[in-house]
Design a protein around this ligand. Sequence first.
Ligand code: AKB
Length: 314
Amino acid sequence: MKKILVTGASGQIGSELVMKLRDIYGETNVIATDIKEPQGERGDSLFEIVDVMDANKLYETAKYHNVDTIMHLAAVLSYKAEMEPIFAWKLNMGGLLNALEVARELDLQFFTPSSIGAFGPETPKDDTPQDTLQRPTTMYGINKVAGELLCDYYYERYGVDTRGVRYPGLISSKTLPGGGTTDYAVEIYYEALKNKCYTCYLEQGTYLDMMYLPDALHAIIDLMEADSNKLIHRNAFNITAISAAPEDFAAAIQKHIPEFTMTYDVDPVRQRIADSWPNRLDASAAREEWDYKYEYNLDKMTKDMLNKLVVKLQ
Ligand code: AKB
């Protein structure tokens, strides 16, 4: 049985991942940590305030709970990183290094997400290969490429069992993202239900990889359970589910809310970031090495999102 410490556990991925991991591995086998309390969770006895910049606290917490795995999610997303690049470098790289050191010292299995942001404008945009040119032009992307390499280094040099995926934009019915370029793909559902209209900060025709959170969680669990001997890539696997532009989300929503309308008011910073990212990744390495699958396409996700948010917004 695994015993897992999750950093960034109150964030978009973390909030749902902790619940899913507790369902699978048992309530007492998942230690949630973050700098802020989880939203709406009552009496989580296995939540601890841990700042990933505090290497000692992270180490002591992992040691005290005798964990065998660390899932390191604490990070600043792409838009916020462009606004605060020095802070992003310190948190994204410093936090990762601290978490990797804990994994090395305590011999833990290790997961951290990379992102479509690890690619840059010169990367092939369609069916972006697993192994290709990575020259990102954003602080977040630079952090992600360096992070992928650092995780490979800890595997090669110290034998730490590091694993990761390149996440697309993630869409969750439970927790809002914050500071990302793909956040519009969550906001649009809330605004569709509340106001029947949405003003999008990305241009029409901006295709990006997207994924519904249940598929993103499956990917972490399946990758971490995969036979280590079959993994050639480790850090980090391309995964994909949906490749969509803002107007595709609008059309999918209009199937349920015909009066929904979308207008555009382009934010140059986020547009520049999005323009430097691929349209759709090729996930064949993930399929071949650990049988990566997804369940939700745009229509299936839209139906589920709207059903869940209607209840939530009541
Ligand atoms: C962001 O927009 O920054 C993230 C990502 C794609 O990594 N959602």
